[in-house]
Design a protein around this ligand. Structure first.
Ligand code: CTP
Length: 430
């Protein structure tokens, strides 16, 4: 029974809808690399995520994959010919102008060395290169090529030219090529490509130019070199907040104890104990626009950490007693700094409670000097630790409280980030 539920859940997660991509018009241009099969998956995942994906194929790309593959996953016509007119998307204009005018983003993935050279030098001899010149939207390029081609000075110079022009380049990965050689030049996996797409589209959103610090996971307080005290926090809500902040355009520092995959655009800082997390927060949040303390920080730690593994004695049943002491309260420490510097401009805390939810949460918000406090009842089976959903109430410093229905941690994160953006824009307008 349990495993049945799990597989349905995995299927739902695979078709992830991404709010930022909803109705975004993405032009995906594919060129003649063996990696073009991965672009079919990219087109499919972008479409499932809510984007409107129009594919342009070079002639070389069609030697690897047919236009029908892309048409099948996007449900839209595929463009291969510079002189093509008509079709649903192109009622009157010729293709390159119409496509370039309406797109929110042009993605070239995979981009061969030949296409990079054309883009760098402004050549215009096929639909892709002409569209790139006509388009006014951001351009994102994912090079993929074999052997020494990526390292060749000509390719390096072309990439430098594109970067200097503001083009976003996705670094290829190191690995084994179709030729059997090993080197740098492989197209990254779909999840990474979509991460870069989110980062570029986010630049037009409400937190563009802002620095947001998020904490995630449960801290680990060492007893000896092999044992520690921790809690049930997985870090999922913190990672969802970091991704939502990138989608909103922020540069994000994630101070974390967790080893979940780090979203593209997020700078991770890995810590273990409450003390380490506090030092990192005070350093990174000193000039940040916002701090979101989603981490479950331990309140107690062993008074001393044994340098060596504590051994049991064979001749007795006695167990050691481990005296505890209090850890620093990170938000209380930050409050003092904030009173002097005014930074971070917005501070958000979390409260995990098992009784008297609102009363305890309100008292934490006031004591810790927070702008928002996200309260959740950890006794609910579908909310809080380890699960992918959460049911929270957002309290503000003016007595307001907003209960959210049960939602994925992703949706909860988006709501919190949009409240943070509202608070920052009202601070700027004062
Ligand atoms: N927090 C913190 N430093 C600590 C403990 C908690 O900064 N040493 C932060 C958490 O990250 C969270 C908020 O304070 O954003 C509330 O955490 P919570 O564990 O719910 O509350 P506590 O302050 O620990 O109070 P109590 O244990 O009485 O519930």
């Amino acid at each position: 029974m349990r495993s049945g539920c799990r597989s349905i859940h995995v299927m739902l997660m695979a078709n992830e809808y991404i709010t930022l991509l909803e109705n975004k018009h993405i032009l995906l241009a594919v060129t003649g690399s063996i990696a073009v099969y991965k672009a079919v998956d990219l087109a499919s995942k972008l479409t499932q995520a809510g984007a409107k994906v129009d594919v342009i194929m070079t002639e070389a790309a069609q030697h690897f994959v047919t236009p029908l593959s892309f048409q099948a996953v996007t449900g839209r016509p595929v463009y291969t010919d510079m002189w093509q007119t008509g079709g649903d998307a192109l009622p009157t204009h010729i293709a390159h102008v119409a496509l370039g005018e309406s797109a929110d983003l042009l993605v070239v993935a995979p981009a061969t060395a030949n296409t990079l050279a054309k883009l760098a030098h402004g050549l215009a001899d096929d639909l892709l290169s002409v569209t790139a010149l006509a388009a006014r939207c951001p351009l994102l390029v994912a090079p993929a090529m074999d052997g020494g081609m990526y390292q060749h000075p000509a390719t390096t110079a072309n990439l430098d030219t594109l970067r200097a022009r503001g083009v976003h380049i996705i670094e290829p990965e190191v690995g084994r090529f179709a030729s059997g050689l090993v080197g740098k030049g492989r197209l990254p996996e779909t999840v990474t490509l979509i991460g870069h797409i989110r980062q570029v589209l986010g630049r037009a959103q409400a937190l563009a130019g802002r620095h947001v610090v998020v904490t995630a996971g449960g801290t680990r307080e060492a007893i000896d070199p092999v044992r520690f005290i921790t809690n049930r926090s997985s870090g999922k809500q913190g990672y969802a907040l970091a991704q939502a902040a990138v989608d909103a355009g922020a540069s994000v520092t994630l101070i974390t104890t967790s080893d979940l995959p780090v979203p593209v655009g997020v700078t991770p800082v890995f810590v273990a104990s409450a003390q380490e997390m506090m030092e990192s927060v005070l350093h990174h949040a000193a000039q940040a626009s916002a701090l979101i303390m989603a981490a479950a920080v331990a309140d107690f730690r062993p008074q001393t950490t044994s340098a060596h593994k504590i051994k049991k004695k064979d001749d007795t049943d006695e167990a050691p007693t481990i005296p505890l002491s209090r850890t620093p309260d990170i938000l209380m420490q930050l409050k003092a700094h904030r009173q002097q510097s005014g930074f971070p401009q917005v501070v958000v805390g979390f409260a995990a409670e098992s009784e008297h939810l609102i009363a305890h949460a309100r008292s934490k918000l006031e004591r810790k000097g927070l702008d928002l406090l996200v309260a959740n009842d950890i006794t609910a089976p579908d909310a809080g630790f380890e699960v992918d959903t959460n049911r929270v109430i957002i309290l503000d410093a003016h007595g307001g409280q907003l209960p959210l229905a049960l939602a994925s941690k992703t949706r909860v994160a988006e709501t919190i980030i949009s409240r943070v953006a509202d608070l920052l824009s009202s601070t700027a307008n004062q």
